[in-house]
Design a protein around this ligand. Sequence first.
Ligand SMILES: O=P(O)(O)OC[C@H]1O[C@H](OP(=O)(O)OP(=O)(O)O)[C@H](O)[C@@H]1O
Length: 167
Amino acid sequence: MSALQLDAEALYTELLAGVRRLLLPDVALVGVWSGGAWLAERLQRDLGLPGKHGVISSALHRDDFGSRGLASGHDATSLPFAVDGRPILLIDDVLFTGRTIRAVINELYDFGRPSSVRLAVLVDRGGRELPIEAAYAASRIVLPATQRLSLTRDDAGGFTFSVREAS
Ligand SMILES: O=P(O)(O)OC[C@H]1O[C@H](OP(=O)(O)OP(=O)(O)O)[C@H](O)[C@@H]1O
């Protein structure tokens, strides 16, 4: 499957079913800013989970912080629950090198010591540079390393994918 054939809404339905099978008692959903946060927000609602989902930013722990810096906008961690002793399910749109997830795990542990951390993603595009895997991926594709794939959300809350050449 190519990136152009990715139907984000259809994959969201798959993700919903996959995440339902991963739910542990007292689990907290934490979405990686930005695409993962949109997904976690919708999953929290569609799964009927109590409370509010968390949002986590990779910005402060990125290994390319020096060149990338802090993004503008609302790229900030918000975890409106205690992390200590809690099973955490990270949600992201795309898993590629694994560097973003490495950074958000560091960020998460700044807030406490979860009982476990797992990951579910919409797309696993391979190309890992770290030993990080998703417990669930709604799809697996291979893309040229020069292409960046990310989720976009329209005004009505619908999901699509955008593909662009990395700058
Ligand atoms: O496994 P990695 O190599 O770290 O790549 C995965 C990350 O890349 C994308 O974000 P991107 O950096 O394109 O930023 P964006 O979310 O602002 O589009 C995507 O949303 C993931 O968070």
